[in-house]
Write a protein that binds this ligand. Structure first.
Ligand SMILES: *Cc1c(COP(=O)(O)O)cnc(C)c1O
Length: 361
């Protein structure tokens, strides 16, 4: 496929080619039904099987035990910013957050509508270049919330914080779901908008410990209650069928290459290649994140001037390296190297960056 570019967009983002090809092949006649998966009833046996297979595959890939439920929803991660406090909040108990950037800030802004919020740690004092260390949450907190990977700044939690006793840890994993082996048992809930590391925009994945589903007040509107989705296997109403199907195809690809463990190895290799170019550039490229907190998924960096940054983005695009412009709040450049980005793509990028530096330093 020579007309495919290397896509470094932060999200929506690159998907496995095999998943896209399979979707194309099956578009008009899915699974021998003579219909597209977009056309078949979500109450059909065929769809029911597909959804259950997707759930089983996710359980296998992430080693999710039976005390957790898997829910597919609409609304994006931004909807979870208020559904988390709505579903996990407890009368008279603070909700505790770590602020590691723009998405954490947005999550906090929604949570304050539901009760007392405490920001127990923040890296705002240094422009979100790091992940706070030795974070501790109170025993009495309703839940503790972190953002697993900070898509804009390129920082990532490499060691999960501990919570005491029965305080569930909740993580927004929109941009690092399955980027490495993760112990799901550490968490009460994990949520992710699909469009970064899993599938297309329009579906949100929630993995939540079942015993937490009973906290939500009864009079909450049905569609805002996680338990509604749980009771109906994510089909209380019509789920985003095609989007879930695409997530399934991308998980099948992940399974075929050896699962999350093999993916992690690949991701570490890709990140190392790119950070090496930055670190050996004598300061021409300057990474945004502190080294110990660098993300495996998003690599944010600056060049000596904004003119050079713009030029680098433009010249990269001419070589088929797309989506390298940094987020406006950080500036510079950002390469998002999600699971579906190949090592070859990153090698092409590092070769280009090395040449660009030689030409302009
Ligand atoms: C992109 C992103 C979001 C927002 O996701 P939506 O699905 O657009 O609401 C939230 N959190 C993180 C970490 C993200 O990267």
């Amino acid at each position: 496929m020579t007309d495919r570019v290397y896509n470094f967009y932060p999200g929506p983002a690159t998907l496995p080619l095999s998943a896209l090809k399979k979707a194309k092949e099956e578009l008009l006649n899915w699974n021998g039904t003579g219909m597209s998966v977009m056309e078949i009833s979500h109450r059909s046996k065929e769809w029911d099987n597909a959804l259950n297979e997707a759930n089983l595959l996710l359980r296998k890939l992430m080693d999710i035990s039976d005390d957790y439920t898997i829910l597919w929803m609409g609304g994006g991660a931004s909807t979870q910013f208020y559904q988390v406090p709505l579903n996990l909040g407890l009368e008279g108990r603070p909700m505790e957050y770590v602020n590691t950037g723009r998405w954490s800030t947005k999550a906090i802004a929604e949570a304050v509508r539901f009760g007392e919020v405490r920001t127990v740690a923040s890296s705002e004092d240094d422009d979100f270049k790091y992940i706070p260390k030795d974070v501790s949450f109170s025993d009495g907190a309703a839940f503790a919330h972190i953002t697993g990977n900070n898509t804009i700044y390129g920082t990532e939690w490499h060691e999960w914080p501990d919570t005491d006793g029965d305080v569930p840890l909740v993580s927004d994993m929109s941009s690092n779901l399955m980027d490495r082996v993760t112990d799901v048992k550490k968490f009460g809930a994990i949520y992710a908008g699909a469009q970064k590391n899993l599938g297309p925009a329009g579906v949100t994945l929630l993995i939540v410990r079942e015993d937490l589903l009973g906290r939500v007040p009864d009079d909450t509107p049905s569609m805002q209650k996680w338990i509604t989705y749980h009771k109906k296997n994510s089909m209380f109403n019509t789920p985003p069928v095609f989007n879930i199907y695409m997530c399934k195809l991308s998980m099948e690809h992940l399974d075929e290459i050896g699962g999350v463990k093999a993916q992690e190895k690949k991701n570490r290799k890709k990140a190392e290649l790119l950070y090496d170019v930055i670190d050996s550039s004598d300061g021409f490229y300057e990474g945004w994140a502190r080294k110990e907190d660098r993300s495996l998924m998003n690599v944010s960096f600056r060049l000596p001037s904004e003119e050079l940054e713009q030029k680098c983005v433009e010249e990269g695009a001419k070589r088929g390296l797309i989506g390298l412009k940094g987020h406006r709040s950080v500036g510079g450049m950002r390469a998002s190297i999600y699971n579906a980005m190949s090592i070859e793509g990153v090698e092409t990028l590092t070769k280009f960056l090395t040449e660009f530096k030689e030409k302009h330093e």
